[in-house]
Design a protein around this ligand. Structure first.
Ligand code: NAD
Length: 356
């Protein structure tokens, strides 16, 4: 195979990272997954890929310099795709320390290790090296009804999670400008799809609905998010590494804006068809409005003109077809759900575990 990469994927045992690892291996690249296996990371997410001849897994912490340096030295990556992060907004509101440590110190540690590694490469290998920093649209704050975020949007993070992601974006930019590290940054909208830990909106609603539990919707449920299928996101990340311009930012999104209430009603309608409740009652009867999240952003939307025009990437999955497949995946993978929830409960402090 020509032009294959040796990719160090941080956070590869998480939701997006595992989809990315699968795609990279399918494309013939070699992958080393480096992941701490927090409550959100599970080897079960890499089922089918753990024994792949081009894949290795190392458990480790991106904020531990010695561990990061050792894995970079041993693997000699051509490419680092950095996804490891604490990623759940509600947890960041309850307890922000781990978010600062992993998202800020961890990204700093990865950038330093990458710069030192690249400095030791020679000629073509140095030219070819890339560092992709994977980030979120949440760093740009909240939008009014008619605007969309793009690569020049002002940073206005509102939650502890988005503040730490914003800080990490700035570090990534600085390592590009100051040290000439070929960094690419992607800011992506909300993802959905298989293997998302059931604390996030879509899997939480599916699993609660199946168990006949209440479906808690924050506030009026009119918050708007732009949804992208995780396989489309993973394909965007590989495309950015392959053809993106170092030093640039790429906004990634699904052009599928939905209010949270629309998402939950669509899920309920899908489940009414696939898993009817007794006496023909709709799952929508389980919806309960609960006190809104403090500082909850009202609307996110993405202008994806740059990645479309420059890199010829666009989403392939429509929200309707992607959501239907996702519901089917969760219904068919009850064992995965039970395993990751049980694993997480054993790894989280008790007060935080109760939230899942
Ligand atoms: P996730 O929570 O499912 O996975 C995060 C992974 O990182 C887990 O496997 C976890 O074990 C690992 N991890 C956490 N701390 C670590 C540490 N200190 N050292 C090593 N590994 C550690 O998250 P996700 O939804 O897959 O998100 C991945 C990335 O994409 C994050 O950087 C996130 O900010 C970004 N992102 C997510 C979304 C989304 O909708 N989920 C949207 C845009 C961007």
């Amino acid at each position: 195979l020509k032009n294959t990469w040796r990719v160090l994927v941080t956070g590869g045992a998480g939701f997006i990272g595992s989809a990315l690892v699968g795609q990279l291996l399918a494309s013939g690249h070699s992958v080393l997954t480096f992941d701490k296996l927090t409550y959100a990371g599970h080897l079960a997410n890499l089922d089918g890929w753990l024994d792949h001849p081009n894949h290795s897994f190392v458990q480790g912490d991106i904020a531990e310099r010695a561990q990061v340096e050792a894995v970079v030295e041993q693997f000699q990556p051509t490419t680092i795709m950095h996804l490891a992060a604490e990623s759940h907004v509600d947890r960041s509101i309850a307890s922000a320390g781990e978010f600062v440590r992993t998202n800020v110190i961890g990204t700093f540690t990865m950038l330093e290790a990458a710069a030192a590694h690249r400095a030791r490469l020679d000629g073509a290998a140095r030219e070819r090296f890339r560092f992709l920093h994977v980030s979120t649209d949440e760093v740009f704050g909240s939008l009014g009804p008619d605007e969309a975020f793009d690569e020049n949007s002002r940073y206005q993070p509102n939650s502890p999670y988005s503040a730490t992601k914003a800080a990490s974006d700035h570090l990534a930019r600085a390592w590009s400008h100051t040290y000439g590290l070929p960094v690419l940054v992607s800011n992506c909208s909300n993802n959905y799809g298989p293997r998302q830990f059931p604390e996030k909106l879509i899997p939480l609603m599916i699993l609660n609905a199946v168990e006949g539990k209440p479906l808690p919707v924050y506030g009026d449920g009119c918050q708007v998010r732009d949804w992208l299928h995780v396989e489309d996101h993973a394909r965007a990340l590989a495309t950015i590494v392959e053809r993106g311009r170092p030093g640039e930012v790429y906004c990634v999104g699904g052009e599928s804006e939905r209010t949270n209430m629309e998402v939950v009603h669509t899920l309920c309608a899908l489940l009414d068809g696939l898993r009817p409740r007794a006496e023909g009652r709709s799952h929508a009867e389980l919806i309960r409005h609960v006190t809104d999240r403090p500082g909850h952003d009202r609307r996110y939307a993405m202008n994806i003109a740059r990645i479309r025009a420059e890199l010829d990437w666009k989403p392939r999955e429509t929200f309707e077809s992607g959501l239907a497949k996702t519901v089917e995946w969760y219904l068919a993978n009850g064992a995965w759900c039970a395993k990751v929830v049980a694993d997480a409960a054993s790894r989280l402090p008790r007060d935080l575990a109760r939230k899942t």
